[in-house]
Write a protein that binds this ligand. Structure first.
Ligand code: S3P
Length: 175
């Protein structure tokens, strides 16, 4: 049986913060649907995210991402993991605030760098960078993005988060 939540739960945060992994686990525990927005973007475009960046550019990627986010927020009532850049404009963060319970999975910079260095997921914004350059990109992007991430309903220090801790933090928002 699939449960219905009053509002979808959106997991947001930087690349490598575990949104998809935790989201999938939480959805399983709550018996709700799980949506990975990056996968929806790829389905919508018919090509992978690195291919979208390479052939269509970041601007087009952001347009598709925003469109897919709007569609997901209209129909979903489960857990939605969104890409690190998806909440980072005024329109998208407003939609997220209006229509969802949002959780910022906040990860420390050293932990992000370590995870991203060993992640098999290709991420065009960090492609080909040394560890030092990756650290600088993380710091620069977080500086631009935290103003959006910090608007989430819940901000969780998440270096050691587990599905059980996430579930506990969300208990006031669940039916
Ligand atoms: C991006 C994050 C990625 C993906 C794309 C751009 C970003 O998703 O959407 O590579 O701008 O932070 P994850 O946060 O799931 O890695």
């Amino acid at each position: 049986m699939v449960t219905l939540l009053a509002k979808p739960i959106v997991l947001l945060g930087f690349m490598g913060s575990g949104k998809s992994t935790l989201g999938r686990q939480l959805a399983h525990q709550l018996r709700v649907e799980f949506v990975d927005l990056d996968r929806q973007v790829e389905i919508n475009a018919g090509i992978s995210i690195p291919e979208i960046f390479a052939h269509l550019g970041e601007k087009k990627f952001r347009e598709i991402e925003s469109q897919v986010l709007r569609e997901a927020l209209d129909v979903q009532s489960g857990i939605i993991a969104i890409g690190g850049g998806a909440p980072c404009n005024e329109i998208n963060i407003r939609l997220i605030k209006q229509k969802t319970v949002s959780v910022y999975l906040k990860i420390s910079i050293p932990e992000l760098a370590a995870r991203l260095a060993s992640s098999p997921t290709p991420r065009p914004l960090l492609e080909g960078k040394t560890l030092e350059e990756t650290m600088k990109s993380i710091v620069d992007l977080l500086n631009q993005r935290e103003t959006y991430y910090n608007q989430a309903d819940l901000i969780l220090e998440s270096d050691s988060i587990t599905p059980a801790l996430l579930l506990n933090a969300l208990k006031n928002f669940l039916p």
